[in-house]
Write a protein that binds this ligand. Structure first.
Ligand code: GDP
Ligand code: IMO
Ligand code: MG
Length: 426
């Protein structure tokens, strides 16, 4: 950690790499944890003291004593989900009102955004994105279309007029879609929505960009927490099968109001294999017993939607691309223990399309490629009880060394289980 710089944790694959766990583990070294993009499409799991918790909008530093948690301007907030999350955290004895700040510039997800998300997905049929149906795409579309509602608007006298004008526009749009089933009761949700925005007014709505810069100037250690993953980035992910925000380290600057010169360490997190929820290219996806084994042992089911995650081998072509795009300074490897029982572990080192061999990540995300694999002997030893790098089996050390050599970045932390404690820092 460098004084007057902010560190970042972000996912290098398609999300669910274990960002929540890592942020919770790193938080004791920081005073402030800030989310800079995404919304309740995120599901970040924390496991400690024999209990587990899933966070969607609140930064993963919330359970650590004395940490301030900021929801930055780049985030989109569903007030109903945020309030519910806060109530659940408070039920665990955490006084959230003392440690949560919300940017006035963060955008609000309206009930009609959720309806538009459902309408759009339904209309796309087989080519649907597989969105989390949380209204993320429509809310960001209104933001860039200069038609959004922001947290700061809640304090304006004409808030209900602003809301109604947007709602009417959304309703006109909804009529353009073929008939579809709304997965929630609109009237009920809208009622809860208005109750929730009132309840959220007890939290400070702040100019978070000013706050962040002031505390940086004062030397306060800050950790920025990414959501989703680099391959879901709106510009560089497997478009159009992506989310609607910039998930890369560059998003920290616009999502918090921080200059590029102030970004310090970039912790890039990846699983020792790969998963993806929703549609879109996934070159190393497995449809065999190994894929099923990864899903079963890794409990690969969505933390937000409960959907089974697609599973596959580690993809070095994609990983090198996202390490490059993020300027990763330190790697963190998660869920290594899930590979304990495999005789052979594979890693994609290139893609083949017809006779053409590719070593760089293609424009279409590798829609029609076949991976070229390198094989590693499995370590066949349980890793979850180990706490020192020196105690790792040789075969596992070789896997680590290979990834470091290929990416040119050191693996600083190895996670060997879901609990806070199951972490090896080198
Ligand atoms: P996030 O969205 O990046 O925060 O990740 P998720 O919480 O959606 O998914 C990661 C899942 O893996 C959660 O269920 C975690 O509890 C679990 N997990 C995290 N690290 C490890 C690990 O090293 N080993 C195992 N077996 N599970 C882990
Ligand atoms: P965390 O932060 C995994 C995926 C969805 C879908 C696509 C677009 O827990 O890693 P959206 O609802 O954003 O319009 O969906 O992005 N997706 C995620 N996949 N983890 C997430 O968050 C995700 N957030 C969105 O499944 O394919
Ligand atoms: Mg998740």
């Amino acid at each position: 950690m460098e004084k007057n710089k902010l560190d970042v944790v972000l996912g290098l694959q398609w999300g669910d790499e274990g960002k929540g766990k890592v942020v919770d583990v790193l938080t004791p070294s920081y005073k402030v944890v800030a989310r800079f993009q995404g919304g309740p499409n995120a599901g970040h799991s924390l496991v400690f003291d024999g209990d587990s918790f899933v966070l969607h909008t609140v930064p993963s530093g919330i359970f650590r004593e004395g940490t301030v948690n900021v929801i930055g301007n780049g985030v989109v907030i569903d007030p109903v989900i945020l309030l519910d999350e806060i109530s659940q955290i408070e039920a665990r004895g955490v006084d959230v009102s003392k440690k949560l700040l919300i940017s006035k510039r963060a955008h609000l997800i309206m009930p009609t955004h959720r309806a538009l998300d459902a309408a759009s997905e339904s209309a796309m049929g087989k080519s649907k994105i597989g969105s989390t149906l949380k209204g993320i795409g429509p809310a960001y579309a209104d933001k860039t279309g200069r038609n959004g509602l922001r947290v700061g608007d809640l304090l304006q006298d004409n808030f209900s007029d602003l809301y109604e004008a947007r709602k009417q526009r959304h309703q006109q749009l909804l009529q353009q879609y073929p008939p579809f089933e709304l997965p929630f009761s609109f009237e009920e949700y809208e009622k809860q929505w208005f109750q929730a925005v009132e309840a959220l007014k007890r939290f400070p709505f702040i100019d978070s960009e000013v706050y962040m810069n002031q505390i940086l100037d004062a030397g306060t250690p800050i950790l920025a927490e990414g959501a989703q993953g680099s391959l879901l980035d709106i510009d560089f992910g497997t478009y159009p099968y992506v989310t609607s925000s910039n998930t890369l380290s560059a998003g920290v600057c616009t999502g918090l109001g921080i200059a590029p010169s102030r970004v310090g360490k970039v912790y890039g997190i990846f699983k020792a294999y790969c998963t993806r929820v929703g549609s879109g290219p996934f070159p190393t996806e497995l449809f065999d017993e190994d894929g099923e084994k990864l899903r079963a042992i890794g409990h690969e089911y969505g933390a937000t939607t409960g959907r089974p995650r697609r599973t596959g081998w580690l993809d070095m072509v994609a990983l090198k691309y996202t390490v490059m795009m993020n300027g990763v300074t330190d790697l963190i490897m998660m869920k290594s223990d899930v590979l304990d029982g495999f005789d052979t572990i594979k890693v994609a080192v290139a893609y083949k399309e017809g006779d053409r061999v590719m070593e760089s990540f293609p424009y279409d995300g590798g829609k029609n490629v076949t991976p070229v694999y390198k094989e590693f002997p499995g370590w066949k030893t349980p890793l979850s009880g180990l706490r020192r790098y020196e105690d790792f089996p040789e075969a596992f050390k070789k896997y680590i060394a290979y990834i470091e050599a290929e990416t040119g970045v050191r693996i600083k932390i190895v996670s060997v289980g879901p609990d806070r404690e199951a972490t090896v820092v080198r």
